[in-house]
Design a protein around this ligand. Structure first.
Ligand code: 8YV
Length: 321
């Protein structure tokens, strides 16, 4: 009887903290790691994941066809919170459990977002680029208390960002059709998306909207933003029309942007060349402490999934239909 195989698809695993790796090995699983040093791509996944009982998943795509082609797969444990790359309906139908690490991403995401907002408030991307070309120029910044900041999406991450921002005293608006305006925390005002875009000096995205629903901030929404305002996106790249954003920045209608996520990653497009744009490689949740906590939680979900269900030996060989 072979040991159940856990495939570690996430790229960084156990780099700063060996506890998750040890926990996985001590639990008796056979462990195989993504050897490519990059995100898995859909064309290779059916082969690479064949025989796996569980996968420690990053943001690579798990569509219905792939899931159906992996008959031994019982559990997808995301090292992260978004399930937009997983066909949840197919997973449910096929009896594949999906787990995420929602608590562990809150603090790093909030801190990354605040870091990006502060960077734009004080023109840090611009200084970086000007210093590199030998320019010594001063640009007057703002205190966050001078700004109206609009948070699009007020789930747990949006709320964590709002709490962190309140230390700096900006006026805070939120747009979220699921948020009850009567139940909002103090000093936070609800708006429609259109009103928020028209009022905010900076708009930050925190929505868990699937790619299939299309772009949220397109040419029209960018045009509706205040002249000179800014966009921060730490959620998902497909939420923003990147070509329209580039045009809005080039024309000066938007004065700056900070982007951690892109429609296609790794991103090599023109936004990265603009001096007023801060680009980071999808690292919003990546801090030493939070990564360790995410990895541990991610592994615990797998260990608990299999031990709680007292899996019959026979089921390792194939999913019961
Ligand atoms: C990455 C994220 O998935 O939580 C999410 O949904 O976007 C990120 O945390 C994670 O870093 C990949 O392991």
């Amino acid at each position: 009887m072979s040991r159940p195989l856990v495939y570690v698809a996430v790229q960084q695993f156990g780099e700063d903290d060996a506890r998750a790796r040890t926990l996985l090995e001590d639990a008796g699983f056979e462990v195989r790691h993504n050897p490519f040093g990059r995100r898995l791509v859909s064309g290779e996944m059916a082969e690479v994941l064949q025989g796996a009982a569980a996968v420690l998943a990053g943001s690579e795509p798990y569509d219905a066809r792939l899931l159906a082609a992996l008959p031994t797969l019982r559990c997808i444990s995301r090292c992260g919170v978004g399930v937009d790359a997983i066909d949840m309906e197919a997973a449910r139908r096929l009896g594949i459990a999906v787990y995420t690490t929602p608590d562990e991403v809150l603090e790093p995401m909030a801190q990354m977002t605040v870091a990006m907002i502060l960077a734009l408030a004080r023109h840090l991307p611009l200084y970086l680029s000007e210093a590199r070309s030998g320019q010594w120029r001063k640009h007057t910044g703002v205190l966050l208390s001078e700004w109206t900041i609009g948070l699009v999406g007020f789930g747990r991450i949006g709320q964590a960002v709002a709490r962190a921002l309140q230390a700096f005293g900006p006026r805070l608006l939120i747009a979220d059709p699921l948020a009850d305006p009567a139940a909002l925390p103090p000093r936070i005002e609800a708006r429609s998306l259109a009103s928020l875009l028209a009022e905010a000096d900076l708009v930050s995205l925190h929505v868990a909207r699937p790619a299939a629903e299309g772009v949220l901030i397109g040419r029209q929404e960018l045009a509706a933003m205040r002249p000179g305002s800014r966009l921060v996106n730490t959620a998902r790249g497909y939420l923003v029309d990147e070509a329209a954003l580039y045009d809005a920045l080039q024309s000066g209608h938007l004065s700056a942007a900070a982007l951690d996520v892109f429609a296609t990653e790794p991103y090599t497009g023109p936004l990265a060349k603009l001096p007023q744009v801060l680009c980071t490689p999808h690292v919003g949740s990546l801090t030493r402490a939070s990564r360790s906590a995410m990895e541990l939680r991610c592994v615990r979900h797998v260990v608990e999934h299999f031990s709680a269900r007292h899996e019959e030996k026979a089921t390792w060989a194939g999913r019961a239909s």
